[in-house]
Design a protein around this ligand. Structure first.
Ligand SMILES: [Cu+2]
Length: 147
């Protein structure tokens, strides 16, 4: 009887050993998922930081996509900066109305076409409703409202 118990105990110990070994294997996966959680929480930190930035916005982002400017209309405070980033496969050349002279808001003119990934920033010192376009495809239009 004692031998049987010993045998059962041995099986249990072996079983626990195998389980522990398996768990060790799983723990690697567990580490990966906790690492993922860590990066998630740092994403959240980024989000919080962006949210904090949104409370006192001084920079505004507009994307130039294959469908045009997004958002098409953006409202900012006087003295704030808008940054356009080219996220299209076309070249981007941000320029004030009116094409092709761009003299509605002199200086608001990128003066060159740039590829995907490049960006252009302009600080709006004058209040008004400033329309602009992509000089290389003038049908792509947008508006910056400076209040
Ligand atoms: Cu133009």
């Amino acid at each position: 009887m004692a031998k049987i118990l010993l045998g059962v105990a041995a099986v249990v110990v072996l079983g626990v050993g195998v389980w522990a070994f398996t768990q060790t294997g799983n723990n690697d996966g567990g580490d990966t998922s906790s690492r993922a959680e860590t990066s998630q929480s740092s994403d959240q930190t980024n989000g919080d930081r962006q949210a904090q930035n949104n409370e006192q916005p001084s920079e505004h982002a507009v994307a130039f996509t294959n469908e045009g400017f997004s958002p098409e209309t953006i409202t900012i405070e006087q003295g704030e900066t808008v940054t356009w980033t080219n996220k299209s496969q076309e070249k981007m050349w941000v320029a004030s109305s009116v094409h092709p002279t761009h003299n509605q808001l002199p200086g608001f003119d990128q003066r060159e076409g740039v590829d995907e990934g490049a960006s252009y920033s302009y600080q709006f010192q004058k209040k008004g409703e400033w329309s602009y376009h992509n000089h290389l495809r003038p049908s792509d239009k947008g508006t910056v409202i400076v209040e």
